[in-house]
Design a protein around this ligand. Sequence first.
Ligand code: AMP
Length: 424
Amino acid sequence: MNILILGSGGREHALAWKIAASPLTDRLICAPGNAGMAREAECVALDLADHAAVITFCRENGVDLVVVGPEAPLCAGIVDDLEAAGIKAFGPSRAAARLEGSKAFTKDLCAANGIPTAAYERFRAADPAKAYVRKCGAPIVVKADGLAAGKGVVVADDLAIADAAIDMMLSGGIGEAGGEIVIEECLTGEEASFFALCDGVSAIPLASAQDHKRAFDGDRGPNTGGMGAYSPAPIVDAAISARVMREIVQPTLRAMSAMGAPYKGVLYAGLMMTAQGPKLIEYNVRFGDPECQVLMLRLMSDLVPALAASRDGMLKSFDLRWYSEVALTVVMAAKGYPGPYDRGSVIEGLDAAAAVEGVEIFHAGTRSDGERILANGGRVLDISALGKTVKEAQARAYTAISRIQWPEGYFRHDVGWRAAEREN
Ligand code: AMP
């Protein structure tokens, strides 16, 4: 098969690494890709917002399957446009991608179908929103309805912070995404990421993972896209996984089918493990980044037939096998991220780092300049490792990092600390 992967982050590099290893893959192309993906695949400069250009490219190059990495093209309907042009695509339609594209849509779907989630109300005006915040009390969570690249959620510890978030979002501070807001109860517990592969009707759970959203050690500092992850998540055992499938994923699939928008692709449920059991924080309609990196390291089965079965509605009797080892990834980011940062610094030592046993390096924001690898984004590298234990995977990843010379970068030193403590 000729396969085209859309995206350029560590998630897409991990997908490219796994897809390149499939005996079913004849030709692998990534658009736009990055310096690491260029080692697994051909990289082409396509504008993902230009669906007609992507379709033309697929036709001219005999692409059999398009794998869409990020949420923006999914929410913009790229799967609908490709399928309408007769090109098979992995991922949800625009209507199904509303599970990520509109938090209000998802909250209403949960309410109508008894799916456990935080209590909430929707608002378009500030005064009633502030009155609701006063009725509920702090802490409370203010969320923009639409896609806001990680800037649309404020967990407010007091009413003044909640008021400021309400004013900022409803007055256009994050653009159209904040035209409507959801205000919801603040849940407490440990978070976990749960992934299910769906074909519109059936779903199979993938391995679980946990990530570190905060920039600095000790889970401090600003929220980021994710500074590290590990799989499995010790708090998601087989019983919890079955419960999440029964109480959250399957009712969602039934509801989406019933409204004529069957869900295909990866459904990523952000969960809070509360005293009453797992509750849905939010849905994403694609693999998490950096969770995808640890899932791909642990996946023993060929990924390509699974992606095709999701697209073709054939997952009913499908099975995936996983390595029992722990996978862990440490994100190296440009100093300043998630705020402003510089591009163009030189990264050295990657080959020596990749030679550490069990280590795989996935690139995110990198580009090559001749033989040199340059930083070209906020999150730049994902230093990933398998190990028999969390501690072994950690030791391997951090040994690899010690071989990398990149003074302009930073990383967390404690990825996997919760899971490592549980091992003791
Ligand atoms: P989201 O973009 O919805 O995943 O939110 C980003 C982060 O905000 C989550 O990973 C949680 O840490 C936090 N968060 C979101 N909603 C809630 C909630 N209802 N209660 C507590 N924390 C939340």
